[in-house]
Design a protein around this ligand. Sequence first.
Ligand code: FAD
Length: 504
Amino acid sequence: MIMESTLYDIAIIGGGINGCGIARDAAGRGLSVFLCEQNDLASGTSSASTKLIHGGLRYLEYYQFRLVREALREREILLRTAPHIVWPLRFILPHHRGLRPAWLIRLGLFLYDHIGGRKILQGTSRIDLRHDERGKPLKKQFNIGFAYSDCRVMDSRLVVLNCMDGAAKGAEIRTRTKLLTATRTGQIWHLRLLDKVHDTEFQIRAKVLINASGPWLNELLTHISHSATKEQVRMVKGSHIIVDALFTHDHGYIFQNEDSRIIFAIPFENRFTLIGTTDLDFDGDPGRVSISAEETDYLCDAASEYFIKKITKDDVLASFSGIRPLFDDGRSEAKAATRDYVLKLDRGTGEAPLLSLYGGKITTYRKLAESVLEKISAFFPEMGPKWTEQHQLPGGGFSPDNFMGEVQKFREHMPFLPPESATRLFRTYGSRVYQMTSSIKSVEQMAKPFGHDLHPFEVDYLIDNEWARCAEDILWRRTKLGLFFSPDQEKDLENYIRQKQGAT
Ligand code: FAD
């Protein structure tokens, strides 16, 4: 229980990937940590990404070698430390005669293969799309292409797993809790917070305040007294569409557009293709962001340039949008603004510090957290050393090479589960499935699913262990089962969750 005005070493505002990554790292180094998130974990940008752990081939064109190198290195670290929710994804880059020349692409891919210390992932190869399964869904004019490696991630689950590990190491995680004001008196921050579930206010104190509110950063600064931070977040909107699967193999595509942007088409939740993204400056409320008709047309047209099937707005089954909270480096075009992270420390003489985070990628969140802790290390001389590179996230205690072997072991443990459900559960929770299913010994004990293959045991686990509080948390952030649920099924799930919460 939080005592009024408990004093923490650091208070973090924002439960996206960056806030949760810092909370985990800091708690593991022995600091006392408080994190608040105004809605659900990952309810901001961190659940609206393209879901790639990638170096960012395109950033090489902007000479962002530091960012690409760091991101490429992080790919293999995350693959090792979270092998359930991060997995290799091969991309096909069809060569487009009118756009970048083949030699330039080869050079980019050569650098991509060599600057990031690649060990696990396969290198680049050239493919003849005329005689390859991966060429079949594409128009005939695309006869050569390149295959290269990146990784897929369950973005919102990466956020939750960081929080779980942080909490296990002592961090206080408060979801549905909004920072109202922060006032600095000398060496202490005084925070006034709103617990939105109980509609009550409470206060805490902290030695260091970290503004990890992503696209809300500028707005939040207006609630923080004596802030001298002058830099601005550049809000850049990006949207995705989901359509029925356009191909059956497990590779993704990266397409070059005539506006020199790129879009991805990647296999999604076994039955769909995810297409994205756009890059548009945005100046509205980051909490109310959705795809526009123009963005839908742009994505349909861009993908239709490559796929034989013409994709139209009628094919769109679902969409989602997010705001990139980028550092405003003065570039004129949104697509050119740096994706690198920038940390700004705001501290008068003898005053408690405020650290604000700009930009960053899901891919580099772990390095961002290390940089934040390095930046504030002078205030905590007793703080422990870096540790997250070698430590697995919850559920990740196995080798990335052996995912299917682990699924097989789980299937033998629960032979009555349909194979697709066993795979989905292991992909989502890794070795934590054993804890989740510990009381289930037969089909009868699983009880009727709410929809698709979501059974009460999974819902109970998510409520008890992963801060889930409503159907949307479970259907769109802890899982993506919302794609398979009808409104009535969602209502039944919501009623069950309400009853369970009433009972506790
Ligand atoms: P957020 O996830 O937005 O978290 C900030 C949180 O702060 C929010 O949850 C918000 O509710 C909370 N908050 C705000 N104000 C308050 C308050 N007063 N009190 C309490 N809480 C508050 N990166 C990759 O590595 N790979 C990709 O494939 C990729 N694709 C992308 C595609 C798109 C379209 C976009 C938009 C981004 C993509 N990114 C990708 C970038 C990545 O998603 C973001 O950099 C990252 O999610 C930002 O995380 P964050 O924690 O800074 O912000």
